[in-house]
Design a protein around this ligand. Sequence first.
Ligand SMILES: Cc1cc2nc3c(=O)[nH]c(=O)nc-3n(C[C@H](O)[C@H](O)[C@H](O)COP(=O)(O)OP(=O)(O)OC[C@H]3O[C@@H](n4cnc5c(N)ncnc54)[C@H](O)[C@@H]3O)c2cc1C
Length: 446
Amino acid sequence: MVVGGGLAGIAAALECASAGAAVTLLEARGRLGGAAYSFTRDGIVADNGQHVFLRCCTAYRDLLSRIEASDLVTLQPRLAIPVLAPGGEVAWLRRSGLPAPLHLAGALLRYPFLPARERASLALAMRALGTVDPEDPAADARSFGEWLAAHHQSPRAVEAMWDLIARPTLNLLVEDASLAQAAYVFQQGLLRDRAAGDIGFARVPLGEIHDVAARRALAQAGVEVRLRQGVTAIVPESEGFRVEAGAVAPLTADGVILAVSQLRVGRLLPPGSGVDPARLARLGTSPIVNLHVVYDRPVFDQPFAAGVRTPVQWIFDRTSGSQREHGQYVAISLSAADAELDMTVEELRQRFLLALAELLPAARGAEVETFFVTREHAATFRAAPGARALRPGTRTSIDGLVLAGAWTDTGWPATMEGAVRSGLAAAREVLRVAVRKSELGAAVAA
Ligand SMILES: Cc1cc2nc3c(=O)[nH]c(=O)nc-3n(C[C@H](O)[C@H](O)[C@H](O)COP(=O)(O)OP(=O)(O)OC[C@H]3O[C@@H](n4cnc5c(N)ncnc54)[C@H](O)[C@@H]3O)c2cc1C
């Protein structure tokens, strides 16, 4: 039994089914995809938040291929990020064909938003970050912002470069993030393999991938998916588990993968699980806000861009097929958006339409046809100093009850990749227990 149909639950269910298990997946909502989903508003199919992955997200990319959705995403052949500043200035962060970390040297040395001295200092700090051990508890206890200051990174360098990468990947400001987690992200994405940081994104609404394609693949794999079945209790019994889900008759299972968010897991864990919900609560959460803007004409000629010296962190072109004839739909993604979370729609509209007009000359004369906001208050857990020690592994103290979710101890920050990896790890663990029990049963019978 898999409880929760986010990416962790989907990956776990497929893995168990491919090993020959009879799998039922219970999902509280009327769709799969969890935190990465789409909805329709004002005639637009929008994502709750822009979701980006990197070439190094191998587990997520394998899942895409498993659910036959690889052609619904785009993966850059080579990392290339346009960085926009007010006044229409554009710089490119492009990788070269040199081996990592030299593949970024050219882009950093030419980067116009920092003076030459700070660019050199940035390159040195990047190299030093490559030597930080992400497994070191002392690095996890330390703030990334404090480490950057100790490595002579000015507030300008933080704004123009470090935040550009750390904020969307960690969903925290550098001063709030764990050094170990930041080192992990930079090492995985930028410092070890020149192709690792190539950026991927969905070409279609996320629901077509994480709900429609996933459901099709699960059905083909023989997984029974039950939507709108919020699990209320998991009760260990002598021969497995009883799983209660609202008004329907209780179900039974040999093993249970609990793949809900860290906010929900506490109330479902039976006594004796060995997982302390109070510790999970200490992980905390961090918000993401997205602004959805439809202009009456094209204003932006890139699939995405980052911003400096502007409140616009990242902007994505989300215009689909026929929309393109009428205008352009762009989405602004704001990570660690504590300030924006409290702003009214009107305040956000005033501030960000002005900022877009400063970045995109073509937006100045364009009419805004639609503007709406999506707020994810608890988008991710906080990869803050000390977070690693709070993230539990897959196993619980109850044989056959295992945990999955981006918040478990995968090493990754709260990402689609982390979610899928956690699901695969949980599947391996529950299958291991099942094999052991059946061997035991066979031995007893013999
Ligand atoms: C706005 C936003 C932007 C993001 N951007 C990125 C990005 O660019 N790149 C990236 O890699 N990641 C990004 N993330 C993070 C990523 O979406 C998550 O880390 C990942 O989707 C989490 O998957 P999960 O399966 O662990 O958990 P979830 O997606 O939370 O899935 C848990 C599921 O359990 C279900 N559930 C809960 N309680 C019950 C119950 N009692 N019974 C049955 N089912 C239950 C829920 O309905 C949900 O479907 C973003 C997240 C947000 C919110």
